[in-house]
Design a protein around this ligand. Structure first.
Ligand SMILES: Nc1ncnc2c1ncn2[C@@H]1O[C@H](COP(=O)(O)OP(=O)(O)OP(=O)(O)O)[C@@H](O)[C@H]1O
Length: 385
């Protein structure tokens, strides 16, 4: 999706004032690590992990990002919370460019320290994120001491105990004096959650935060995340491999699902629209792969793709990144990249990056690619649905 300036998806109905994070035309590229000998003879391969993504995260938003392994979910999530520096494009927190604040460039209105505090992350493996040699209380006190050195020990502890209590770790004084190995996986995850909430953040990135838990605990933890999201007015960016977890969270929170493919968001919108009536051919593949979303649905035998080979993110296909696998791809898809068409969409509406959503696009007059279905007429409206 390069070569155009796309407008961010996700502006809320009330305008831009309540937008917490704004990404504009963000790309993130990595140089692959090389061995010493390799580095003498070859240029490093550049992985295009995120390509030209524009998105807003308003206050109280829940965005669930899904897509197959390696499609760039974690990289985009980390870019949203200002942990990963973009190669191109801008990332702003309440109007302040995050990386200008970090580098002290220009007129910095929000110090980088405040931005870091406002953007937090819960890791996939909370056990690894907690110091095994420190009691829970010490692990929780450390960031509070760093961010708010004026706070008295008494106030600090009162806040920690109140939050431990809030996430169901009662009596909190007991849990506070345990070491991580004396906690279950679910309890460790709650401590990790408390650690982020102590900062009173605006946005929390939860990267596969429930995948390591038992199924029963997963639902309980997702419910807790949602309760806390409402109570603390925090926005959540939730990364998931599975559509069912993403759906659970986004549906309950009235949030959005963003489907990623090869570094791009290809479809985003309310979960019922994106999952019950997917418009992007790749969203249809994900839907197919998650048959349990609707047990009454007749099982489709073959995946709706021409090829199961995922392109190399070092050398992504020209035009639409999905054209090499799309059963509906045409010559036009090789030539030009569709954008999410957020410009014309209503706030919170579904947006799709596919030429087929535009009934006037040259796609309809171009030749189907070898092995594709010959669908000659537009089957979708031009309203981004
Ligand atoms: N620090 C890095 N250096 C080099 N390549 C990286 C780095 N981080 C990520 N990548 C590459 O960028 C691409 C996107 O990775 P990312 O972890 O964002 O995907 P993901 O969708 O979160 O994957 P998963 O679901 O497996 O965690 C992958 O090809 C990955 O190998």
């Amino acid at each position: 999706m390069s070569g155009h300036t796309s407008s961010p998806v996700g502006r809320s109905a009330t305008g831009t004032d309540d937008v917490v994070m704004s990404l504009e035309n963000v790309s993130v590229h990595f140089d692959e690590k090389q061995g010493f000998v390799d580095s003498l003879f070859n240029e490093p391969r550049r992985v295009k992990a995120v390509s030209d993504v524009s998105i807003d995260i308003p206050e109280n938003d829940v965005l669930a990002l899904v897509g197959e392994s390696g499609c760039g979910k974690t990289t985009l999530g980390k870019t949203i919370i200002g942990v990963q520096r973009p190669t191109e494009g801008s990332v702003s927190y309440r109007g302040q460019d995050v990386w200008d604040a970090k580098d002290g460039v220009g007129d910095v209105t929000i110090p980088h320290g405040d931005i870091r505090k406002a953007l937090q992350m819960i890791h996939q493996d909370p056990g690894a994120a907690l110091n095994p040699n420190r009691k829970v209380l010490t692990s929780l006190e450390a960031p509070l001491e760093r961010w708010d050195p004026e706070m008295s020990t008494e106030d600090r502890r009162a806040r920690i105990f109140a939050l431990l209590d809030r996430v169901g770790m009662e009596p909190p004084q007991d849990y506070a004096h345990r070491y991580p190995h004396q906690l279950s996986g679910g309890e460790q995850q709650r401590v990790a959650l408390v650690r982020t909430l102590l900062m009173n953040p605006d946005v929390i990135l939860a990267d596969e935060a429930v995948s390591a838990l038992d199924v029963s605990l997963r639902v309980e933890t997702m419910d807790l995340l949602l309760e806390l999201q409402t109570q603390f007015n925090t926005s959540f960016v939730f990364i998931s491999h599975t559509l069912s977890n993403a759906r659970y969270l986004a549906e309950k929170a009235g949030g959005r699902i963003g489907i990623m493919y090869l570094g791009e968001i290809v479809e985003i919108g309310p979960p019922d629209e994106v999952l019950n009536d997917p418009q992007h051919p790749y969203s249809k593949v994900l839907r197919w792969a998650t048959a349990d979303l609707d047990p009454n649905e007749q099982e489709m035998v073959d995946p709706p793709v021409r090829s199961i080979d995922i392109p190399d993110p070092v050398d992504p296909p020209s035009g639409c990144g999905f054209h090499t696998r799309c059963p509906e791809a045409r010559e036009a898809c090789k030539r030009s990249a569709p954008d999410l068409d957020a410009e014309n969409a209503a706030p919170g509406a579904r947006c799709v990056a596919c030429h087929r959503t535009d009934p006037t696009h040259e796609y309809w007059n171009s030749e189907p690619l070898a092995g594709t279905e010959d669908t000659t007429t537009p089957d979708v409206g031009g309203d981004g649905r």
